[in-house]
Each structure stands twice: as C-alpha cells, then as structure tokens.
Design a protein around this ligand. Structure first.
Ligand code: SF4
Ligand code: SF4
Length: 332
C-alpha cells in the first residue's frame, strides 16, 4: 500500500540534537558547529527542554540526534525522562558505534526504534562516505540490536557516490533484520554545502529511476519504506511544513528551527533561553514559509536552485516538494 505522508498535523516531532560532537566525519554531515554550537547539553538541560516541548505539544515524538547521541553518557536517563513525560514515541538515531554500552542500558521496551545510518551496501562505498571501519561497526551494531529484540530502522542518504548501490539495499536490509527503511536525498547543508560536494546530488531522472524500484523491492520483502517525494508535477498540491506542521529541530546552542533546510543560517524562528521557548525577531524562517512561488519550496530555490528546471518561457517544469513530505510504502 502506497501512502503520501503529509505532515503530521495532530502530532509534533522533536528532533533533539543533544550534542554536536561525533566520532565520524561523514562527507555529507549536516552539522554546522558555527550555527549549531559545540556544546554537549548537560542532562538537567536535556530534561528541562524535553519538558518545555512536552508542555507545548501533547504526545510528541522525540528523536534523539547529534552528532552521535550515544556519545552522551546520560542518554538512557534522557530516554527515561522522555517516557515519563508522555512522549508518544522515542527514537535514537545512531551511526552504529553504540557508545557507552547503550544496548546494555536500555531494553526494547524503553525505546521505539534505533535508527542506523548506513550509506552503502558494501564497506567500499559506505566507508568512502562515512570513514574507514564505519560499515563493519554499523552492521555489527544492527545485528547486536536486532538480536536483543530492539526495533531497528535504517537511513540511506542517496548521492552520486552511492546511488548505484541502492538496489542492493533491500535484500541486505532483510538479512540484517531491519524493519523500516528511510531513503533520504542529499541536502546542501553543512559539509554538503561545500563547493566540492554540490555536484554529488542526483538528478531528477536518476532519482525517479532508482528510488521507486528500490522502495518497491524493499516493501515486497516486508520492510516499511519511506522516501521523500522531492519532485511534484505542476498540478500536484504543494504545502510547506513550516506553515502547517509541528516540527522542532533543536540544537545545543538553543536555536530551534521549523525547517531543516534553514539550519545553515541564523533564521531560526524560536530559541530556548533559560528553559523557556521564545519567538525570534523577524526576518526569520517564518517569513520565508509565507512566500508563494511557482517553484514550490522557497528554501530549495534559495540554497539548491540546481534542482529546478525551466522551459523556454521561463516557467518551472515541475515543483520541488517540501523536504518533509514523504511517501510511505507499507507491506501488504
Ligand atoms: S555520523 Fe552523523 S553526526 Fe556523525 S559525522 Fe556522520 S552524519 Fe555527522
Ligand atoms: S523545506 Fe521548504 S517547504 Fe519544507 S518547511 Fe522548509 S521552506 Fe517550507
């Protein structure tokens, strides 16, 4: 069954970067310490901020991120606090190194998913992107988590460096015991915004050719598969999640964004100070969400204009969807 997952209008999502430090240096890392800070949040601050968002949005989903969140020694306590505060679901995004024996300190009942990041079906391709040894460590981590009964998902960020291995992923994920597969598109943020990386984004033709076939193969193997729509026909409706959804991308320096494409710039619309959430002054990302343009997403046009194509009259040939708009394929 194929379903377009519009933004959850009845549930909030808290993407909580509890630190920006990481043991890896992935080529496409979107963390930008100048904009996001270099702090590791103390557990008391994490708990206070979890409370702020629990008060603001009933039964939000929380995703703990970094950097590498398992580098934080108090992550198990943060998970417990999120559970006690009534968060609807708890996910830990990890590069698979699973520091501080995190699997010994949590039980499968404590969290909904461990979400692993892997960018290749082979060590050769993955480790070129994520660093030597990352493939082995991540796949060992997945096997360990699955063998202990944790639910697992996997995020694969598609670029020119690995798109040829995308078709190999479904059978590999089945072998690993992964339940949910997130195909992501490389965004021009953080490291990827560098000139040397800009040409690593795949074209519309490459995206349409590879992604759907792989998603269908994965779902045939019983794996729930989610991928961003990216391209919209001109007659398809466009919606900006910044206007209609309840997403918070929180960084250790207190910046809170509503749109991930804005994260390289000081245009956050909220900030946390002394454990309270405040709106920021205009001009900020909210002013951008309000703009209607024929190309769809305003931020895409500003930071990734190469995604667009125009006809001889200067009209766009298609629209770019909100990066948060996903297709979800459910096994029958
Ligand atoms: S594992 Fe994640 S946070 Fe660490 S370098 Fe890679 S992309 Fe960045
Ligand atoms: S990605 Fe584009 S459409 Fe989505 S929230 Fe950001 S500005 Fe809006």
């Amino acid at each position: 069954m194929k379903e377009t997952v519009t933004f959850s209008k009845d549930a909030a999502n808290l993407f909580f970067h509890i630190l920006t430090g990481c043991n890896l240096r992935c080529r496409h890392c979107y963390i930008n310490p100048d904009q996001h800070g270099t702090q590791t949040l103390p557990i008391k601050t994490i708990e206070a901020w979890l409370e702020v968002f629990a008060r603001r949005s009933h039964a939000a989903n929380v995703i703990f991120l970094g950097g590498e969140p398992t580098l934080h020694p108090d992550l198990p306590q943060a998970v417990q606090t999120a559970r006690n505060l009534g968060y609807r679901s708890i996910t830990i995004d990890t590069n698979g190194y699973l520091f501080h024996d995190i699997l010994d300190k949590l039980s499968p009942q404590d969290i909904d998913y461990f979400s692993f990041s892997l960018d290749g079906a082979t060590a050769a391709v993955n480790d070129r992107i994520r660093g030597d040894g990352a493939f082995r460590q991540c796949t060992d981590g997945i096997r360990d988590a699955v063998s202990r009964g944790f639910h697992t998902s996997l995020i694969f960020t598609v670029s020119r460096d690995n798109i040829h291995e995308l078709p190999l992923m479904p059978s590999f994920l089945e072998e690993l015991g992964i339940e949910r597969f997130f195909i992501q598109v490389l965004g021009l943020r953080g490291q990827s915004a560098g000139v040397a990386r800009k040409d690593r984004r795949v074209s519309r033709a490459e995206w349409l050719e590879s992604v759907l076939g792989t998603a269908e193969a994965a779902v045939d193997l019983g794996i729930v598969t989610v991928y961003p729509k990216v391209f919209l026909d001109l007659d398809e409706p466009f919606e900006c999640a910044g206007r209609v959804a309840d997403n918070y991308f929180v960084f250790p320096n207190g910046r809170v964004y509503r749109c991930p494409l804005c994260e390289d710039h000081p245009v956050h619309s909220l900030r946390i100070e002394e454990h309270q959430l405040f709106p920021t002054e205009p001009i900020n990302e909210k002013d951008l969400f309000a703009l209607d343009i024929p190309e769809g997403c305003v931020m895409n046009k500003l930071i990734q204009p190469d995604n667009l194509a125009y006809n001889d009259q200067g009209d766009p040939e298609y629209k770019i969807a909100c990066c948060l708009l996903k297709e979800e394929l459910q096994p029958k």
